[in-house]
Design a protein around this ligand. Sequence first.
Ligand code: FAD
Ligand code: SF4
Length: 560
Amino acid sequence: MSYLMIKQLRKNKQYKVAKGVLLFTQPKSPYFYGKLRINKKYVTKSFAPITDFEEAKSALLSWQKSFFSNNRITTSEIIAPKRFDRDLVNISDPIKNDFQFIEVLRIDPPKKSIQERQHSYSEIYGSFNQSEAANQAHRCLDCGNPYCEWKCPVHNYIPNWLKLVNEGNILEAVELCHETNSLPEVCGRVCPQDRLCEGACTLNDGFGAVSIGNIEKYITDKAFELGWKPDLSLRKWTSKKVAIVGSGPAGIACADVLIRNGIHCDVFEKQSEIGGLLTFGIPEFKLEKKVIKRRRKILEGMGINFHLNTEIGTDLKISKLLKDYDALFLGMGTYTSLEGGFTGENLPGCFKAIDYLIGSTNKLLKIDAGNTFIDLQKKDVVVLGGGDTAMDCNRTAIRQGANSVTCLYRRDKNNMPGSRKEVDNAIEEGVHFVFNTQPIAIEGEHKVTGVRVMETTLGEPDINGRRIPIPVKGTERIIKADAIIVAFGFRASPADWFQQANIQILNNGLIDVADGEKYEFQTSNPKIFAGGDMVRGSDLVVTAIWEGRQAAKSIIKFVS
Ligand SMILES: Cc1cc2nc3c(=O)[nH]c(=O)nc-3n(C[C@H](O)[C@H](O)[C@H](O)COP(=O)(O)OP(=O)(O)OC[C@H]3O[C@@H](n4cnc5c(N)ncnc54)[C@H](O)[C@@H]3O)c2cc1C
Ligand code: SF4
C-alpha cells in the first residue's frame, strides 16, 4: 500500500495522502486531522497541536498502523476511491461518496441577474433545491473537531444538521437548528459566513467551504413550507412573567427561550412592526420583510404578546414594568449615528445612513411615518464608510436610480470591516469604490456640492489589529456630489430613565453587565437583564441572538 503521494494544496497547509488515507489541516491552524477511509467507511482523528507536516504525517501513519492492527484489517482490504484523482465536477443528482468534497464543487444558489438587481429590492439569492442541498451538505467532512461550530456565535450543531439534510430529514434538522438559534432563516441570509462558520470550515480555501449559511436557510424555509411549527406539547406554563423592551433579534431570542420554558412574555416595541434592524435597517435585497412577518406568526402562535407602537419611557413607564413583571430584558439596540466631525455635515444633502435606510424601508412597506423618504434618483451619490451599513446604502442608492454611486473608504479592500460577499455584490451592481481615501470636509454653501478628500497610506496596526490610515500631504481633491451619506457606524443611545431604574452604564454609554454579577447579562438592577447591541456595541444579528438566549437562561434561574 502506498502513502507516498503527498500534495500541498495552495498555501493553506492542506495535504492529501492518496490511496485511502487523507491528512489535512485547518487553514492557518496547528491542528492536523487524519482521515482514514476503509472502503466505504471512514474514521477521523485529530492530532493537536502539531505545526510540522512531517511530524503530523508520522503521527498519522502510526495511528493508521495501530488502527489496522487493533481492528485486524489487512492492507489488501483497502481500495482507493475510484474517482479520487479525477477533475472536480459539479453534479446535481444525489451521490453517496466519502470524498464528495473533492468531486462536488461548493456551489451557492444562483443570484439574480445584475440588471434585475439594479432595480429590484427583492432578495438577490435564490434557494437550493432538495438535491442541491443534500449534495452540498454531504460535502461536510465531519472532521471530528468542528471549528465551524465554535466559530458560529450561537454554536449551531452544524455537522449534525448537515447530515440530517443529506438524509432528507428536514423536520428533525429544523428542530436541531432551533435548539441553538431562534432565527436560523435570518442568520442563513445575513450572517457574514465568510468570517464565521464558513471561514472556519476545514474545507475553506483548498476545496471551498461547505455552504453552511445557505443550507441553514434551506432547512428553515423548507420546514415552514412543510407547515412546521415548534413542538411545545411538553411545555408546562409557570406563573412567572417577563417584560421585554425591544423586538430586535436580542429581544426575540430572549422571548423565544422564555416562552418555550413556560414563562409568559410581553414584548414592547416602539416601532409599528417587530424585528428592530432586521425590519428597519437591513434592506429587502438581503432580507425580505415577509421572512420576519412569517416568523412573527410563529412567535405569536407560541404565546408571545407583542405590544407595538409602545415606547418604554414615553408611552409606558419603566416603573410600571418593574412593578408588574418578575423580570425585565432590555434589547434596545444602538441608534446614535457616529459623525465624521468635519465641516459641512449639517448641509442639506448630507444624510445619516440609518435615516436613509429607515426612510427607504418605510416607503417600501408603505408605513406612514411622515416625510422620512430620501429620494436619490438621478443624483451623484457619495457614501462615506466601508462597513455593512455603507454597503446597504450604496446598493439602495443604485436601486433608487442614482446617476452614480461612489463609496469612499480610508483603508484598502483587504482591510474593510464588513462582509466580503456584500462588497463584491456592491461592485457587481455598479458601485464605484475609491480606497485609501479619507473625507476631510463636505463642500457646498447652501447644499452639498461635493466632498473634499485626502489620500491615505496604511501604517502600523491599531489595538484591534487593523492598520491605521495616515493622510498623505498634498493629495487633497474634491469629488463632486449632490448627496452624501455618512455611514460610520453607531454608538450607544442610553435612555434617560436608566438612572431612575438604577441601570449603570459604562463610559461609552453601553450597559454594564459586569462579569461579577450573579447571573449572566444581569444589570446593576438585579431585576433587569440586557443584551445585544446595547451591551456589546453595534455588532451582528447572530451575536444579539446569542446574548438574548443566554440572558433568557439567566432570567429563568433568577425567577425560579
Ligand atoms: C444598515 C444595517 C445593516 C446591517 N446588516 C447586518 C448584516 O447583514 N448582518 C448582520 O449580522 N448584522 C447586520 N447589522 C447589525 C444588526 O442588525 C444588529 O447588530 C442587530 O439587529 C442588533 O440587535 P438588537 O436586538 O440588539 O437591536 P435592534 O435590532 O436595534 O433592535 C432594538 C429594538 O428596540 C426597540 N426599542 C428601542 N428603544 C425602545 C423603547 N424605549 N421602547 C420600545 N422599544 C424600543 C427598537 O425600535 C428596535 O426595534 C446591520 C445593521 C445595520 C444598521
Ligand atoms: S448562525 Fe451564522 S455563523 Fe452560525 S452557522 Fe448559521 S450562518 Fe453560520
